[in-house]
Ligand binder design. Structure first.
Ligand SMILES: [Zn+2]
Ligand SMILES: [Zn+2]
Length: 367
């Protein structure tokens, strides 16, 4: 089966603006609220519990008479946007960004909500746990969309469904990057309904959210969020929008481009730690420039910077790790012990910025 950009679930994630008196279909917000409420004790709800309770919850809390779609479709968009996580045991939990989003929504900071959605779109990848049929794509769909919109100022719905959703590799964009001619991206003749779903459910949901504007069948970026989107993409190229291994490492590369890092901070942190691994000072590595070799690591990952107003490139947020521990924290299956340790080392900085250990777990559950 040919892979193309799919929409999560069966319907729009959001079908109105974020604001007071919005006639919003509350299913995404409702699903997030439900999971926040029910997971207070364990940190998660099971998929089975969600399916058996969500419709009654929406009816009671949001006076919304849910339609006939499958219960799982009520959380798929939030899963697609990374506001939720689901693990192999079908346990669903709120991500740190989902929590931030819900807090902003509850305090009616709707601009913050829009920015958080944009940040999540920026991190959304294919494959994605909400669009399970996709196997072969390895790309960031919304990075490509926003980058094209920034360069072209507007795109047509026809372009979205007949060209954009067929982009699979960097080479599909190469000619465009060279010529800046939109026509160099192949238009496909297959107009079957599966290809238009991304436009109908995802793109139109962004129009409803006032992130994109649709005028005379042409899409452009809403001026209120334009600066935010520009700041995300000014230093990135289309090649950054594809990946071969884990999405985390690509996110880190892009975070480096976006946020200037102060290299001397890493050196200062290593000196502070006497070139010893922060997990265990007895982790001997090898000598490099006369010192035990260690690497600097940002405990709150730099790709989270767009979600926070305090500075992540801060010596208090940097630890020294031996190469083994460093690999483990990026790629290991079970990071909770290491994270507990690093959290307690930096406890003051963490709690001064209202980050708790659970937030850290959430940040590291990526890929
Ligand atoms: Zn690192
Ligand atoms: Zn170590």
């Amino acid at each position: 089966m040919a892979d193309f950009w799919q929409a999560p679930g069966n319907g729009k994630g959001f079908d109105s603006f974020l604001g007071d008196n919005s006639k919003m279909n509350n299913r995404t917000i409702g699903a997030l609220s439900y999971i926040k409420e029910k997971s207070l004790e364990n940190g998660y709800v099971t998929q089975a519990q969600f399916i058996s309770e969500i419709k009654a919850y929406l009816l009671e809390k949001f006076q919304e008479n849910p339609n006939e779609s499958l219960e799982s479709h009520f959380y798929r968009p939030a899963l697609f946007y990374g506001f939720l996580h689901i693990n192999q045991d079908n346990k669903i939990s709120l991500s740190i960004e989902g929590n931030l989003f819900l807090n902003s929504y509850e305090t009616r900071d709707y601009l913050a909500c829009q920015k958080l959605i944009i940040n999540q779109l920026d991190n959304t990848t294919y494959p994605n746990s909400a669009t399970q049929k996709i196997k072969s794509l390895k790309l960031f769909p919304f990075r490509i969309l926003f980058k094209l919109l920034l360069e072209q100022k507007e795109l047509t719905s026809t372009f979205i469904s007949r060209a954009l959703v067929h982009i699979k590799t960097y080479s599909d964009l190469y000619e465009y990057e060279r010529t800046k001619e939109l026509s160099s991206i192949a238009l496909h003749n297959d107009t079957s309904s599966k290809y238009i779903k991304f436009n109908t459910w995802v793109i139109n949901s962004l129009v409803n959210l006032n992130i994109l504007i649709l005028q005379e069948k042409k899409l452009s970026i809403n001026r209120e969020v334009l600066n935010h989107i520009e700041s995300l993409y000014e230093n990135t190229s289309f090649i950054d929008m594809f990946f071969s291994d884990t999405s985390c490492s690509v996110n880190e590369k892009i975070a480096e481009k976006r946020v200037q890092r102060d290299a001397t901070l890493i050196l200062k942190a290593k000196e502070r730690d006497s070139y010893a691994c922060s997990v265990n000072a007895r982790h001997i590595t090898f000598m490099s420039k006369g010192k035990n070799y260690v690497e600097g690591h940002h405990v709150i990952p730099m790709f989270q910077q767009k979600n926070y107003s305090f500075k992540l490139d801060d010596i208090e947020n940097i630890v020294s790790l031996c190469p083994n521990c460093h690999r483990e924290i990026h790629s290991g299956d079970n990071k909770t012990e290491i994270l507990q340790q690093l959290y307690s080392l930096n406890k003051q900085y963490m709690s001064a910025n209202s980050i708790d250990l659970r937030d850290l777990y959430k940040m590291y559950s990526c890929a």
